[in-house]
Ligand binder design. Structure first.
Ligand SMILES: [Zn+2]
Length: 232
């Protein structure tokens, strides 16, 4: 079993797919990107993201766009599971023993809703032993760049260790280390530290390389695409 995964860059163009109709330029950016990555002819299934916690189990008969889902899992080789992001973390799951893969879109709402452990659980339902699951945390917003308002702080009650209050007076800021929460959720499900790898890249910091929603505030979303697949 060979796994493939990737994340596009700003140079590849925007990969955003709107639920209200796809921008032809983005469709062509996607085609070019997947071809450059060496996946010509491989079906690509896209999750239509809503910052929710729904997880879809897909196969070769699934539609190419699945609306209102933030995670995709499969036990079938020969398909690419994809989703877009521009600060939210793409989290990739693979189990070489059972031959299962998954990907989820982890922004703060989805993280608090449990999309990350939910995806691990979905692999388990497909037959994965949790201790065989390897996870890669892709590029996403760092703790220095994810600021929240005081009104949002109570939602993070269970993750106080990830909240940083910095500065004083008018310079006061509340920052959240989302990746720290993702890591804790993963280890809480029984995935071992040595099975977690990390791109260690912030989409906001790396302005030349990545689109960042919080940095750019674009009128129309501009996003990278993340994908995972397996070859039999
Ligand atoms: Zn950053």
């Amino acid at each position: 079993m060979e796994f493939v995964r990737g994340y596009s860059k700003k140079d590849d163009g925007s990969m955003y797919l709107s639920a209200n109709g796809f921008d032809p330029e983005n469709v062509s950016n996607r085609r070019r990107f997947f071809s450059t990555e060496g996946h010509d002819g491989m079906p690509v299934i896209a999750a239509g993201l809503i910052h929710g916690t729904a997880i879809s189990v897909v196969d070769l008969k699934s539609p190419v766009y699945i609306s209102e889902t933030d995670a995709l899992v499969t036990d079938k080789p020969g398909i690419l599971l994809s989703l877009t992001g521009a600060d939210c973390f793409p989290v990739f799951f693979e189990d070489p023993y059972a031959g299962n893969i998954g990907i989820c879109h982890a922004g703060w709402r989805g993280i608090l809703g449990g999309i990350v452990p939910g995806t691990a659980e979905a692999l388990h339902t497909l037959g994965s032993d949790t201790k065989h699951i390897a996870v890669h945390i892709g590029s996403g917003i760092c703790a220095d760049h994810f600021e929240i308002g005081p009104d949002v702080v109570p939602f993070f009650e269970s993750y106080k260790e990830a909240i940083h209050h910095i500065g004083t007076g008018d310079d006061k800021k509340i920052l959240v280390d989302l990746k720290r929460i993702i890591r804790r959720q993963l280890t809480d499900t029984g995935i071992t530290e040595d099975h977690i790898s990390d791109a260690n890249e912030c989409t906001y910091c790396l302005e030349e390389t990545y689109y960042s929603f919080r940095r750019d505030h674009p009128d129309t979303p501009q996003t990278q695409v993340a994908y995972i697949g397996m070859r039999a």
